[in-house]
Design a protein around this ligand. Structure first.
Ligand SMILES: [Zn+2]
Length: 329
């Protein structure tokens, strides 16, 4: 719109009656929602500055796409591109709705279910599911990888889930080429699902959780709780002068000794006092209880996606801005 016409439009706004003001307001909100996604995608295009086809950095503006995103033309290879060419969202018709899904996932309120979102946004639920998976992949780097000072470490568990798995179908169709999938036996069940064994049940996936006092957090699926596994997971992320606070599992003690890191064992049973006011594992306990609240509505996410859910949780806690996700996909 030309500046002159725009001034005229603004002037005419005074003539609106109250009902029309409401209509106009709703329309503006809708427009802002659309342009917000476009702004993020365009800033991504400006930031990279290179042609995704030939990596040439000379380009010219080349109109706008149907979804109103700035298009560029490469001066090297002559092909056109936008800020989302080559990304997982390059073919979305409604990047604005995609951003709404990101906002819902990272907002302060508990995330909506796929069904609720699809109803709210007028989309097919499989579309919302696919978008959620794209977003989970974009969040893969949410966990911190450097910890210092007083570092708390602990584990939590997630029940293994083969939700959506085709392994039994494949086995039934062709018993020769597919192995029989494992199945729980009667003695592996408790009154409330899979009980915690003295060791570790093969149906419980251990998650190593680490937090320090500066706000760095990490949730990581590990293959077990052996000394070697814990050492491999902690050694690359802990600063050499950090102080480790744990509940005293022997793998932590072994790691601390091997890397000559100071180690405090915190007793967590009721009646036992913590070692001191500063050496505690309350941050990690707090994180665990928030994780329980977060993961509960998913009724045990399929294990193949669990890593994504863990990073989603960390991103929510860390209040990652939705725009960052749009730039990361
Ligand atoms: Zn090019």
């Amino acid at each position: 719109m030309k500046p002159h016409d725009f001034r005229k439009l603004i002037k005419r706004l005074g003539d609106l009656n109250p009902a029309q003001v409401q209509d106009a307001e709703a329309r503006i909100t809708e427009l802002r929602r659309r342009t917000e996604a476009i702004t993020e995608i365009e800033s991504r295009g400006r930031a990279s500055g290179r042609c995704p086809h030939c990596q040439c950095s000379d380009r010219e503006k080349w109109g706008r796409t149907r979804t109103n995103i700035q298009r560029y033309r490469c001066l090297g290879c002559g092909r056109t591109f936008t800020g989302r060419t080559g990304s997982e969202i390059q073919n979305l018709h409604r990047p604005d709705l995609f951003l709404e899904v990101v906002k819902d996932m990272l907002g302060d309120r508990p995330p909506s279910s796929i069904r609720q979102l699809s109803r709210l946004l007028g989309l097919n639920k499989y579309t919302v599911w696919r978008w959620r998976m794209i977003i989970l992949r974009a969040l893969s780097g949410a966990s911190s990888s450097a910890f210092a000072g007083i570092v708390e470490a602990d584990e939590t568990f997630q029940r293994e889930s083969r939700k959506g798995s085709r392994e039994w179908v494949r086995y039934q169709q062709n018993k020769g080429s597919h192995p029989k999938p494992p199945r729980r036996r009667w003695y592996e069940y408790g009154k409330k699902g899979i009980p915690m064994m003295r060791g570790l049940s093969r149906w419980q996936l251990p998650i190593l959780t680490v937090a320090d006092r500066s706000g760095a957090r990490r949730f990581q699926l590990v293959s077990g709780r052996s000394n070697g596994t814990i050492h491999m997971a902690l050694a690359p992320i802990l600063a050499p002068d950090s102080v480790l606070c744990t509940d005293g599992m022997k793998a932590y003690a072994a790691f601390a000794q091997a890397s000559s890191i100071e180690h405090f064992v915190i007793k967590t049973k009721p009646g036992q006092k913590t070692a001191s006011a500063t050496h505690h594992i309350q941050n990690i306990n707090n994180l665990h209880s928030r994780y329980e609240t977060f993961i509960k509505p998913f009724r045990g996410p399929a294990s193949k996606y669990l890593e994504g859910y863990l990073q989603w949780f960390i991103a929510r806690i860390g209040k990652v801005p939705p725009g960052d996700v749009l730039r990361a996909v």
